[in-house]
Write a protein that binds this ligand. Sequence first.
Ligand code: NAD
Length: 296
Amino acid sequence: TMAVIGFIGLGHMGGPMSANLVKAGHTVRGYDLVPAALEAAAANGVTTAASVAETVTGADAVITMLPGGKHLLDCYDDVLASASPDTLLIDSSTVDVADAREAHRRAEAAGFGSLDAPVSGGTAGAEAGTLTFMVGGSEEAFHRAEPVLEPMARKVIHCGGPGNGQVTKMCNNLILGASMIAVSEAFVLGERLGVANQALYDVVSISTGQCWSLTTNCPVPDLVETSRANHDYEPGFAAALMLKDLKLAASAAEQSGTDAAIGRLATELYQRFNDEGGGGYDFGAIIKSIRDRSGD
Ligand code: NAD
């Protein structure tokens, strides 16, 4: 059944996500602070709104796709004040677990069902409607959200109670960041000791070192068709966003007393790469920093 959906945050991800909801036949009301984002959304059939209140009034569901937790909590003040009582709140931004749980707490106190539902799949997945949604919140809210998320998703997975979507997302990205560094170090080590990149790739891609950072987004160009290395490391998934997610993981590890040494080190190495000016490049470009520091 078709729904009225309020969509707040029409950026790199929210723009194409809201367009897919329109294509599925939903009525989508969109809001962003940036006029250009609103214009682009309007061209995709989104009805643009002039305020959060106008976006959420009478909506069956409200989806937020914002830069971070502070934006989310600020925005929820307005959402909670204006939404109808039976509106389902779905936050798909990547935010700190503590902020996600605070958003849930405020929503529940105001009488709303809410979910954290961060995504993986990047802008390509947002455009193709093939995102993976990792969802935290009640069983009941999850079942209400499934048909809303479906046009944007390849897979929608319930990961447990409030905040568990964010926990799952940062665990995935801890593995992703660490594996990209490990793959990059292995190529540089192999090169320096005389093994051809192609030979290393041919072995590891069918061996126990196989991973997404190798076989889908290989940091060495010309080995894998889908890699951003083939396009001068134009993102893709920018190193600045990798750093953001690793910091969320490192801070959650610290707060929970989890011994996550590799996560901490990966955060430091992506911080260094960002400080060197790498933040705007695909996160696989960290191999350049490893080469530089190896004297190559
Ligand atoms: P973006 O910066 O392109 O979009 C965010 C949008 O939110 C911007 O257009 C901004 O103007 C708008 N905004 C900020 N504050 C607002 C407010 N108070 N009210 C209304 N609009 C507001 O970022 P993005 O790449 O679309 O990422 C969005 C979220 O998705 C982030 O949390 C990011 O970590 C996560 N994410 C991004 C990717 C990716 O590949 N880009 C992948 C997975 C998850």
